[in-house]
Design a protein around this ligand. Structure first.
Ligand code: GLY
Length: 372
């Protein structure tokens, strides 16, 4: 089957189960009346541009499973596994761009709205599907976040295959090229050295060797079913050529992902550090709680990030005063309303009962991300 399910199937599976009329318990805000939640799965673009085995994309698989009765979080994780296992996506899972030492280190977390539980892993090496390990943390432990060697030991104990190296020929070749471009003098003053590393990375994007979306690339995927069950998952290889041990926003609750089963979900892709400073996914869900639409809630977070970006190195070199980086949020509320929002013009993937599609995000700033 192609990645685009036929529309009749979607109308049948998506609309079959009648939604329940639910009234959310909402603290300190008007209650949200949710008549008949509309099932939806929303994700970053790679949730519909990657199919790995050539049959289904992430949003299609997650929607099919979810509307067929599979637990929403399990459906979403089955969806993102496609991208994690796809060696062509150099921003997630197997074949993700490695850290500065050439080692692929992966971050992921997941959150189950109805169960009010979450699990995460960070700087995990050797397991192709970190989202599944994050889910194992949720299911089998009293903890939320396991990191580094501890996360790997846990994965092994849970029966995951641990490989010596998750690089593909492509990711290793690109890392070697980055090393080659980096100034070999390791005794530059710290400021110049940081610039040299950053410039080496950017020059590879400019030269078309790396998709700009894969430099900080990630997949976030959120969904709601006809019962109003909301869940989410985020998984990434993080920032290309990062300092070993660097953990971005993806596995951090409130940053790379946040779900409140009574309200909705939000998750991110893009420059993790900018998101971490504002814990934007949490902020967005709190805005939803106050009654904002998914689009307005997401825009509020983007405005805060823009206002908090003041360092020259992070600003558009053209002097607009705007950030020079991309940041995207994928937002869904319990009623099944959704939005993809971004700092600059971008795209996202969504699947409803009408089928999967790639849509334009609502952007805070007109135009594409400044040239690298
Ligand atoms: N948003 C992915 C990262 O910064 O690691």
């Amino acid at each position: 089957m192609s990645s685009r399910l036929n529309r009749r199937d979607f109308v049948r599976t998506g609309a079959a189960a009648a939604g329940l009329g639910l009234t959310s318990r909402v603290d300190g805000a008007p209650a949200i009346r949710q008549a008949r939640p509309r099932p939806v799965v929303i994700s970053s673009t790679n949730g519909h541009t990657r199919t790995h085995d050539g049959t289904e994309s992430c949003v299609v698989r997650a929607f099919r499973l979810m509307t067929g009765g599979t637990d929403v979080l399990e459906a979403l994780i089955a969806g993102v596994n496609i991208v994690e296992l796809d060696p062509k996506d150099t921003s997630v899972g197997y074949g993700g761009l490695p850290n500065a030492d050439g080692v692929v280190q992966l971050d992921s977390c997941c959150m189950h709205g109805p169960k009010k539980r979450a699990g995460g892993v960070a700087a995990l090496e050797g397991v192709r599907t970190p989202s599944k390990v994050a889910y194992a943390v949720l299911q089998n432990t009293d903890h939320h976040l396991l990191v580094g060697a501890g996360a790997q030991t846990f994965a092994r104990q849970m029966g995951f295959t641990v490989e010596a190296d998750l690089n593909t020929e492509t990711s290793r070749r690109l890392w070697l090229e980055w090393k080659r471009r980096l100034d070999p003098d390791h005794f530059l003053d710290p400021e110049k050295r940081a610039d040299a590393a950053f410039d080496a990375g950017r020059s590879m994007v400019r030269d078309g060797l790396i998709d700009p979306a894969h430099y900080f690339g990630t997949i976030n995927c959120n969904g709601v079913n006809t019962r109003g069950d909301v869940c989410g998952v985020t998984t990434t290889s993080g920032l290309a050529w990062k300092i070993p041990g660097r953990v971005g926003d993806s596995p951090i609750l409130g940053a790379g992902l946040y779900v409140d089963g009574e309200v909705g979900a939000a998750g991110s892709t893009g420059r993790g550090e900018a998101n971490l400073y504002g814990l934007c996914s949490y902020l967005i869900v709190e805005q939803l709680r106050q009654g904002k639409s998914p689009k307005d809630a997401g825009m509020e977070a983007l405005r805060r990030v823009r206002a908090n970006t003041i360092e020259k190195r992070l600003l558009d070199p053209k002097g607009t005063g705007n950030p020079r980086f991309g940041l995207n949020f994928y937002v869904v509320n319990k009623a099944g309303e959704f939005a993809g929002v971004s700092m600059y013009e971008s795209d996202y993937a969504v699947c409803t009962e009408n089928g999967p599609e790639i849509r334009k995000t609502e952007s805070l700033i007109a135009g594409r991300e400044p040239q690298w």
